[in-house]
Design a protein around this ligand. Structure first.
Ligand SMILES: [Zn+2]
Length: 306
């Protein structure tokens, strides 16, 4: 675990899930009360709690735990964390809420898709129904001391995905809506596993861009400046992958062939290849699942949105 002050009121906790640094971040926003953005998975909740202690956060003062979406690496730890935060309520998209309250199906599906990676994350514990707030787009979480977050519905990566806009720093917590930022090598990669909706993801990106953010606080991983440039380059990357996937599907190419062409055409992927190969989680998820998301999308919906 490592903590870092990144804004006047905002702190990053590197959860170091399964000992992996620069992989999953939680953010702590301290006003009169406190907001935590993203919990990470169950296995690193002890690290998150140590981080809160180091940042002198009184557990009773945490008003909100705001998650981008329910995937284990973002919100798997919510149920476990809440046992330590007596007054916190959970902010989640209404379509994700039932899976926080009853996580069995989510766990089973995650086991099927992610296999042994779920061993690194741990099983999610249920969140008491009465502590869940179904988020509404545009809703504001205000904890005093000029700290407030606006909820933004940003679907595409998942059908229940939220981002959060921090008004005083003009920064966005994009969850997985803006890709994965490999901060150690300065490269962005798509995170677009099936059932990825390219058309909706592009609309969400456009929406984030229109807010003219100054910084992004990636869940994977960390604070990054030139937010608009990063959102634009991510959009370009999604369009490039989509064009290759579409052409590949039209030519009846297999998934491997399409993957190979994406690697050949995308400089960012080339730069990230060694990093991803040696990463205990990304090596199994990032390129393969993300390409699959594109292939599935073009097979189902045909056209690439303009
Ligand atoms: Zn993620």
């Amino acid at each position: 675990m490592r903590t870092e002050k990144i804004e006047k009121h905002t702190y990053l906790i590197d959860l170091q899930t399964a000992g992996i640094k620069n992989f999953i971040a939680s953010y702590v926003l301290k006003g009169e009360k406190t907001i935590i953005v993203e919990t990470g998975p169950t296995s690193s909740v002890p690290n998150l709690l140590s981080g809160l202690k180091e940042l002198n956060v009184n557990p009773e003062d945490v008003a909100y735990v705001a998650v981008s979406h329910i995937h284990l690496d973002h919100a798997g730890g919510t149920g476990t964390l809440l046992k330590h935060l007596p007054n916190a309520r959970v902010i989640v998209h209404p379509r994700g809420a039932p899976h926080l309250a009853n996580p069995e199906k989510l766990w089973e599906q995650s086991r099927n898709v992610l296999g042994r990676i779920t061993d690194l994350y741990g099983a999610p514990e249920p969140v008491p129904q009465e502590r869940i707030v179904g988020a509404v787009d545009g809703m504001t979480l205000d904890v005093g001391g000029t700290v407030s977050l606006r909820v933004l519905e940003t679907l595409g990566h998942a059908s229940h995905h939220l981002s959060y806009f921090e008004l005083s720093s003009e920064g966005i917590f994009p969850g997985d809506a803006a890709g994965i930022y490999l901060n150690e090598i300065g490269v962005i990669l798509p995170t677009t596993p099936p059932p990825f909706r390219l058309d909706i993801a592009l609309a969400s990106l456009e929406r984030l861009r229109q807010l003219k953010p100054k910084v992004l606080y990636y869940s994977h991983f960390g604070k990054a400046d030139d937010a608009i440039g990063k959102l634009q380059s991510y959009e370009g990357q999604l369009r490039l992958w989509a064009a290759i996937a579409k052409q590949g599907v039209d030519n009846k190419e297999g998934w491997e062939e399409i993957s190979r062409k994406i690697v050949e055409s995308d400089v960012a992927v080339q730069k990230a290849r060694e990093y991803v190969k040696s990463h205990p989680v990304f090596s199994e998820t990032v390129l393969g699942e993300s390409v699959r998301g594109f292939v599935d999308f073009v097979q189902k919906y045909g056209a690439v949105p303009t």
